[in-house]
Design a protein around this ligand. Sequence first.
Ligand SMILES: [Zn+2]
Length: 197
Amino acid sequence: MRLWLLDILACPADGCKHYPLKLSIFEWEGDDASRILKARESYAKGNVENVKRELKDSVKIDRDKGIVEDELVRSPMKVEDYVTAFKEKVDSIFKNVVVDETGASIQLLKAILDFKPPSVLDESFEKAIYITNWLAFKVNVQSGILVCDNCGRFYPILETIPHMLPDDLRNKKEDREFLLKWRKFIPKKILEAEGVA
Ligand SMILES: [Zn+2]
């Protein structure tokens, strides 16, 4: 699951539909954990060249005109408006990552959440836009869990796919296998409610 999905995923349970959901990451796909650590290291040194290359044309920054077009906010915007939209997206995506059990994204998440965008497009803001788009769109959660704070239901992420099904369509056997496999990372409340404690 790409992290940007946190911006749109809501609880599918009838009578709940709560948004946003909370994500805990158990493992990253392929070599994404090391890619994240490398990106973080380069970003700390002020270098986002690799990240920029991977994003290709999905992020366009016109410094002269003061216009930003990216995947996060989606429509091209003057930087004055983009600042607000950017902050909203950062909050609705990255604030809902509650745990990364691999540790790989912790520092980068903190750097993104701590970044205070200025009202003009300077170099620090441009770099933050690139790294934020990259973390939201270019890495994939292999296994994890989405939890609804409203009703307490959980939704497994299996082989990068979040299984967002209402109660009557859930696969009880698959749920149980998932909880047993990852029990050391699953909140106790959920294990107890599902009888896996
Ligand atoms: Zn819910």
